[in-house]
Design a protein around this ligand. Sequence first.
Ligand code: PMP
Length: 413
Amino acid sequence: MNVENLRKKIPALGRMVYGRPLVYLDNAATSQKPEEVLDMQDSMSRFSNGNIHRAMHILSTESTSAYEKARERVRAFINAKSDREIIFTSGTTASINLVAESFSRAFVKEGDKIIISEAEHHSNIVPWQLACEKYGAELLVAEIGDDGRIKMEQMEKMLGEKDVRLVSICHISNVLGIVNPVKEIIAAAHGHGVPVMLDGAQGIVHGKVDVQDLDCDFYAFSGHKIYAPTGTGILYGKESFLEKMPPYMGGGDMVGTVTFKKTTYAELPMKFEAGTSNFIGQSCWTPALDFADSLYEDKELSEEIKRTEKSIIEFIFGELSGMEGVRVLGGTSASGDKIPLFSISADGVHPSDLAQIMDKMGVALRSGMMCSEPLLSKFGLTAVLRASFLPYNTFEEAEAFVRSFKKAVGMLR
Ligand code: PMP
């Protein structure tokens, strides 16, 4: 297997746009899907569309079996201890909101503190603001330096404060493309008896995640960023916490018995899965994660991917750093904690204009504030242009990106 063959499994990557081959570099927003995922989604929708856990008929038993098999596939993928620790949600945002509300209801009281960082996506800021407002807690924000790294000394100091209840930070920033030293942060937090939640929306996609090795207490991620359908997500939580947390939503499938006087709740993980889940989408975790694993299991392929990612990082930093008034956020090509994700600003040119012109050249990019307004304003910016790569991208696509970027900047200046 090589990347060229891998790309043939993903129909969208073979598309032509405006008469040119599509160069898809908006992967941090969402990934393109391989045939195996599309086929399963299609065949379940056509032939096995029976609501899960509820009926004795064959359509329901087939979909229930696919759904629970997918839960086990996710458990194995992140090496959780038990499938009781794998909660299906609609995405990272839903997973973080679940913890922000339910963990806070169980463990947070007036005057307590929650720590996040300056490098968070809005979905790891706003749910904590809502929870802090509701439960009377204070939100502490760990600073990052100009190089995009968390200031560890300051983080240590914050962890030492009284009544810190939880740290919630991203594994990898969706703006900086920097891998946070999460193992170190988790160990430091645990040293103070503080649990840690990781926003793994980007982290799950770039390299293996082992929740037991990390020893994180919660890990949230979205299916659509890792080759699974949209509207699918996971909350991993240590059983010891999930057991003590109250349900987030009430409804069908999450109960033991219901009377008007008192309702008892289902065992984990069902306690947190009220209502009809996106069971077809969630079942597709199985082929999606098989695909993700195949990238690392084939030695030749994984070597090719590693080599290409390294050369893309060196090439883009090299080409762009030579351009006047152009800035790439988040370190240099030499930093080992960098994924191929680049947020760029060019003096005198609006990123959305660049993205629009480059789209017409066949290059699909993201522009705007990346749902990270506080982080951008820290760097004195209101918008950036973001190019984000996945293992299915090629070096030639990085060259096409740089070519079209230079041309578009030239046109606009
Ligand atoms: N956190 C990070 C770091 C992200 O990149 C994203 C998606 N851009 C999210 C959270 C939110 O993910 P979703 O919209 O899939 O819930």
